[in-house]
Design a protein around this ligand. Structure first.
Ligand SMILES: Cc1ncc(COP(=O)(O)O)c(C=O)c1O
Length: 377
């Protein structure tokens, strides 16, 4: 019988169940004290002044852009090698994503290419810390400062990462996080922004609650009072149930990172002898958050390898095919093959291998054995 190797298995357990049970025994299922406790602890864990919990990272990017004054007619420079939400959130804000190509060894937005893409309409840069490796924030901040631009970090893959001593939301105006089902912290669906800017945090909070001046938790605490809606807003708040699931995960962040780092080292070690499979690079000065473990399939057909891994019982995904070539972006923004050759090449080569904190080392070995077999080395 072939060993089944799952792509991801969550590690939520009794502590999360106990916390959720506490919420269910209480009266406030929606945004309340558990959410506010989560916001305080999340800001503290990142070393930032403020965090606002939301129901997705996509919503966090959307509201960050709005709170920073980005809107219709504006351009936001970003990467085509990412999940679509990095760019659909720009479009939701009314602005236009302008792609620049990526670094060939990491897949991250190439800071050296950003300047050439700046126009009179550019308002912001939206780097994505791909796979958990932070972009070069010192370089991006210098460019942003020289041109009066804002920075919104898509940190969906990167809670624990640092680079050059800089963490998420330290050099950016905000950083946006995802607690989607496979992320390093998860409550099934959820998100947050972090920022040092009090005004931006307050605006994002109001925008996430229909633009209302009172929340349902205020009503619970103070009794009903009339409220106003000074601005238009969205419905992006997180519930107490989800926050309760997230709270016990803070103390597992570091041990889980150590486990993922050990798995990554084993993969790298084992794959050294497999010339058709190349591990993505990291940077010396970085702590890699190790959200995913992608490899490049070189000199072989990636899609054929995907099929063979599937046939061997090994689950994989592709993060990502270059998004400017998806039908919507071609149709609306006029992009075509050849526009961003490095992102396109990586998009044709990448496979994300099974990777999660409690993954057995024997499964890493199994994946490597099968890859070796398939690629003929
Ligand atoms: C790079 C990146 N950005 C944004 C998102 C969107 O996150 P969410 O599903 O929380 O909106 C994801 C989710 O997978 C992602 O991987």
């Amino acid at each position: 019988m072939t060993t089944k190797v799952p792509f991801y298995v969550h590690d939520l357990g009794e502590r999360e169940i106990a916390q959720v049970r506490e919420v269910l025994k209480g009266r406030i299922l929606t945004t309340g004290e558990y959410v506010h406790q989560f916001e305080r602890e999340f800001a503290q864990c990142l070393g930032r002044r403020h965090a606002v919990a939301l129901n997705s990272c996509t919503g966090g990017i959307h509201l960050s852009l709005l709170a920073l004054g980005v809107g219709p007619g504006d351009e936001v420079i970003t990467t085509p090698l990412t999940f679509i939400a990095s760019s659909t959130a720009i479009i939701e804000a009314g602005a236009k994503p302008v792609f620049v190509d990526v670094e060939p060894d990491t897949g991250n937005l190439d800071a050296n290419r950003v300047k050439a893409a700046i126009t009179k309409r550019t308002k912001a840069i939206l780097p994505v810390h791909l796979f958990g490796l932070m972009c070069d924030m010192r370089a991006l901040r210098a460019i942003a400062d020289a041109h009066g631009l804002r920075i919104v970090e898509d940190s969906a893959h990167c809670i624990e990462g640092r680079r050059d001593g800089v963490g998420p939301a330290e050099f950016g105006d905000t950083a946006c996080f995802s607690f989607f089902a496979t992320k390093n912290m998860t409550c099934g669906e959820g998100g947050a922004i972090a920022t040092d800017n009090e005004r931006v945090a307050a605006d994002i909070l109001a925008l996430s609650n229909h633009g209302m001046t009172k929340t349902s938790n205020d009503r619970f605490r103070e009794g009903y009072k009339h409220w106003d809606m000074p601005e238009f807003g969205w419905k992006y708040n997180l519930s107490n149930i989800q926050a309760a699931m997230l709270l016990p995960q803070f103390e597992r962040l570091e041990p889980n990172l150590r486990k993922r780092e050990a798995l990554a080292q084993r993969y790298a070690e084992r794959l050294k002898g497999v010339p058709s499979v190349q591990v993505m690079a990291t940077r010396e000065e970085a702590i890699h958050a190790r959200h995913l473990f992608p490899v490049r399939i070189v000199a072989k057909d990636r899609d054929a390898v995907l099929e063979q891994l599937k046939a061997a019982g090994i689950e994989t995904v592709v993060n990502y095919r270059a998004i400017h070539l998806l039908s919507y972006f071609r149709k609306t923004l006029g992009y075509k093959p050849g526009d961003f050759p490095i992102a396109e090449k990586l998009g044709d080569q990448l496979i994300s291998l099974p990777f999660y904190p409690n993954m057995p080392m024997a499964h890493v070995d199994r994946v490597c054995d099968v890859l070796q077999e398939i690629t003929g080395h």
